[in-house]
Each structure stands twice: as structure tokens, then as C-alpha cells.
Write a new protein. Structure first.
Length: 217
């Protein structure tokens, strides 16, 4: 099996790039962030406070998260329900960033992710794929971009969907999320020693995809 791990901060374009790379290589794309978001959504629906670690872990152990494909597009399911759209809401993203630091929550999903990668050629993206989930991945990429670039991309994405938003607020959210991700006790976001750094601040999607494909041996 050939495993590609793509790590990086929020808004770096990991999912977009990973999906295209997987498609062009004929690999399976595994959206680990979507898996965490699904657990966050389950907790939000139950009205569980994000700071109540015990209740969060209990809920995460009760639900089933699975991945599937429809017309070549990956879907994520919560107890069999397609929640691919629901998990992209801003409040779910913020909740995810908080509960993802809980050791037992991470254990649940890391076990699922490792099992999947052991049986398939995959491109997997997240915050700790090259360091924790797939430490022996054949290729590790650390994809990043400046806070300003990432905020502008997110702003444009929301505006296109007709959602009213504030660029400065998005910049602050991204900077705060970076800090939480990089300073959490369990599996902090960092570049693996053997990962290739790709800064996409001044690159278009096609350039990033070609750069990563060029690193595949």
C-alpha cells in the first residue's frame, strides 16, 4: 500500500489538494477532518458543552462514523445519515478544534484511520497524519500558507455561498485555531522531520497538485 500524508494548519487547502491528488493518482482520499467534524456535530446536536470532556468522549464512543462514495464524491455518515453538508458549518469547525484535543476522542478516530490506510492506497490529510496517524507514510507533505492568505480564501468561499462574514474576524479565528492546534498536549500540529514543506501562499491549486505529484516516488 502507498500512503500519502498531508498535514498543515486550518485553511491551507489540504482537503482540496488531497482530493485532487488522490483522484489523479487513483488513490482513496480520507478526510480525517470530516471525521472529527462528524463527532463534533454529534455533540452539538445533543447540546453537549465542548468543555465537558467526559460527556464528549461518551458521545463519541456511542456513534458510528463512516466514509462512503457517491458518484465519485466522498460522503461522511453519522450513524448512517449523510452529514457531508452539515459538518461544514462554522460552529462545527470551532467545536471540532476544541474536542479534537481530547486524547480519547483522538484514539477513537486514529484507530479507524490506521486500519483504513493499512488496506488501501490513500491520501490522508489532517493535523497529525505524518507524525501520529501514518508515521511510516511513503510521502509526507506539510502544506501551509500565511494567515492572511488562508483567511481571504475562506472569506471568498463564504461570500460565494452568500454568507455574510468579516475578513478580520476570520483572520482572528484562524490565528486562534493555529495556536490551539500547535499548542495542544496531544498530537500538536507540527511538521514531521521527514515531511516536504509546500507553502501555497503564492501558488494556484494546479501548481500545488503538480508539486505534490512530483514528490511521489
Amino acid at each position: 500500500m502507498y500512503n500519502i500524508a498531508i498535514d498543515g494548519p486550518a485553511g491551507a487547502g489540504k482537503s482540496t489538494i488531497a482530493k485532487i491528488v488522490a483522484k489523479e493518482l487513483g488513490f482513496i482520499y480520507v478526510d480525517t477532518g470530516a471525521m472529527y467534524r462528524t463527532l463534533a456535530l454529534a455533540c452539538l446536536r445533543e447540546g453537549i458543552d465542548q468543555s465537558d470532556e467526559e460527556k464528549v468522549v461518551k458521545k463519541c464512543n456511542e456513534v458510528e462514523v463512516s466514509l462512503g462514495y457517491e458518484n465519485g464524491t466522498q460522503k461522511v455518515f453519522l450513524n448512517g445519515e449523510d452529514v457531508s453538508e452539515d459538518i461544514r458549518k462554522e460552529e462545527v469547525g470551532n467545536m471540532t478544534s476544541v474536542i479534537a484535543v481530547y486524547p480519547e476522542v483522538r484514539e477513537i478516530l486514529v484507530a479507524l484511520q490506521k486500519e483504513f490506510a493499512s488496506k488501501n492506497n490513500v491520501v490522508m490529510d489532517g493535523r497529525d497524519i505524518g507524525t501520529v496517524v501514518l508515521p511510516n507514510a511513503d510521502l509526507k507533505v506539510y502544506l501551509t500558507a500565511s494567515v492572511e492568505t488562508r483567511a481571504k480564501r475562506r472569506y471568498d468561499e463564504l461570500v460565494e455561498k452568500g454568507i455574510d462574514c468579516d475578513l478580520k474576524e476570520i483572520e482572528k479565528d484562524i490565528a486562534d485555531r493555529d495556536y490551539r492546534d500547535m499548542n495542544r498536549e496531544v498530537s500538536p500540529l507540527k511538521q514531521a522531520d521527514d515531511a516536504k514543506l509546500v507553502d501555497s501562499s503564492d501558488m494556484c491549486i494546479e501548481e500545488v497538485v503538480e508539486t505534490i505529484k512530483g514528490l511521489v516516488k
